[in-house]
Design a protein around this ligand. Structure first.
Ligand code: FEO
Length: 171
């Protein structure tokens, strides 16, 4: 069982994860329009990962005999000044998500809900990886600012990313 307060917070975070998917798909569309298919690919894979994050919250709420509540999702930002600005925007969003996960963990601890803490631990670790991968791309983009060839090389590299479904990844 989960308390109403914890259930509300989990449902809100489920929404945040699905919103992340929506935001990264919007960015994929922006990159596609900018003729940067590698970055578009990277963001599409990221969006798919975010869907699996939302699904983890969905599954946990169901398993804990709670009630899911799919909330309205805002429209994301669709346009950016540059690839660098889009990735910086993403990192800010990930920092927001990290903060929300931290607050959820605090609540699960306060309520002594051990299963929720274990589930959230996965997200705590995941957020470290997410912030790190966005930060690395930002550093690369800063390094190639104003250099079209460099930008295309980063684009090519990001085109290599492949979506690994959670079951296959063991997550
Ligand atoms: Fe699921 Fe990127 O936070």
């Amino acid at each position: 069982m989960i308390s109403q307060k914890l259930q509300d917070a989990l449902n809100e975070q489920m929404k945040n994860e699905f919103f992340s998917a929506y935001l990264y798909m919007a960015m994929a569309g922006y990159f596609q329009a900018e003729d940067l298919p590698g970055m578009a690919n990277w963001m599409r894979v990221q969006a798919l990962e975010e869907m699996t994050h939302g699904e983890k919250f969905f599954a946990f709420i169901c398993d804990a005999a709670g009630r899911t509540d799919l909330r309205p999702i805002e429209g994301p930002k669709n346009d950016f000044e540059s690839p660098l600005q889009a990735f910086e925007y993403s990192l800010q969003h990930e920092k927001f998500v990290t903060d929300r996960i931290g607050k959820l963990m605090d609540l699960a601890r306060e309520e002594g809900h051990h299963a929720a803490q274990i589930m959230l631990q996965w997200f705590v670790t995941e957020q470290v990886e997410e912030e790190s991968s966005f930060s690395l791309i930002i550093r690369k983009l800063r390094r190639v600012e104003g250099d079209g060839r460099g930008l295309l090389m980063v684009d090519q590299e990001l085109g290599q990313r492949v979506f690994v479904p959670p079951a296959a990844a063991g997550a």
